[in-house]
Design a binder for this molecule. Structure first.
Ligand SMILES: Cc1ncc(C[n+]2csc(CCOP(=O)(O)OP(=O)(O)O)c2C)c(N)n1
Length: 271
């Protein structure tokens, strides 16, 4: 089989991409479009639902159905889309501010509800679109436009949160490894129930330069150095984990999804 390019799902007339040079969002977009191609998704059977932010602009470039919603609320719109038409592949694209900070509560309850939706959360470690303020995933002590002398807050682990809340599939990779990202996306899209792929990426205009990583390549190298395979990470003591990201597949379970449980209740009532 020829290598997937994803080009059939790219809205070429919308190019060039609006993202800064060196931004990781293009790599995540490429991985997603290739995953669509390898899964042979029909264009009109896919709905990408986005929130607000740099990554939230991704739907501009995707030649499927799309719904551009409000900051932090993309998952609730996606829930409505899936409830109205369970045959659609519903894919939600959110940033770390969008999906895990203002939208944190929706993330918890979407995972708990376990509806058949896939979330692709790009964590560039700050609010990119609005000027690099710190978000819930900005590493402690990092410098941002709202923490000039170091972030006093502790960041949280999105994957651990979504796993604990009950999602069926959770994985994390950095944009340093686009191929692995594409493979995790394929698995997440194929999994029935709520799935999440966290893609850690560089914000080369704000987070990088604010933290002594002047060039895009500096941040890519940093992401590579800070990644530890999940199996190794699990064996580390709490203090050894500080500042590192566990990458790989974190959760893979087959709890009946919302749709299946809903149909069972319907059948019982009809019976
Ligand atoms: C309700 C609401 N609050 C705040 C904003 C302003 N706002 C727009 S984008 C954004 C941050 C986006 O950051 P993130 O979700 O991490 O995505 P990125 O831009 O980094 O890709 C904020 C705070 C908004 N549009 N709506």
């Amino acid at each position: 089989m020829a290598h997937a390019t994803g080009l059939a799902y790219l809205k070429k007339e919308a190019l060039p991409l609006m993202w800064c040079s060196g931004c990781g969002h293009g790599i995540v977009l490429g991985a997603l479009l290739r995953a669509f191609e390898e899964l042979e998704y029909e264009h009109n059977k896919v709905v990408v639902v986005t929130g607000i932010g740099c990554w939230g602009k991704a739907d501009d470039y995707i030649a499927t159905n799309a719904l551009h919603t409000t900051h932090g609320r993309a998952l609730s719109y996606a829930t409505g889309v899936k409830a109205a038409n369970p045959d659609l592949h519903v894919v939600v694209l959110m940033g770390d501010g969008d999906g895990a900070t203002i939208g944190g509560n929706h993330l918890i309850h979407s995972a708990r509800r376990n509806m058949d939706i896939t979330a692709i959360l790009v964590n560039n470690l700050n609010y990119g679109m609005t000027g690099g303020q710190y978000s819930a995933t900005t590493p402690a002590n990092s410098r941002t436009s709202t923490s000039k002398y170091g972030n006093p807050e502790k960041d949280f682990d999105i994957c651990a949160l979504v796993d604990a809340a009950g999602a069926n599939y959770v994985a994390r990779e950095t944009v340093f490894n686009g191929l692995a990202l594409k493979n995790y996306m394929k698995e997440a899209l194929s999994k029935k129930g709520f799935s999440l792929v966290e893609a850690i990426g560089p914000c080369t205009t704000l987070f990088g330069p604010n933290n002594k990583m002047k060039q895009p390549v500096d941040m890519l190298k940093w992401l590579k150095e800070k990644s530890i395979p999940v199996s190794k990470y699990k064996g580390l003591a709490e203090e050894e984990r500080e500042g590192y990201f566990a990458v790989g597949k974190i959760t893979d379970r087959n709890v009946p999804d919302f749709g299946t449980r809903y149909s069972e209740i319907q059948k019982k009532l009809q019976g």
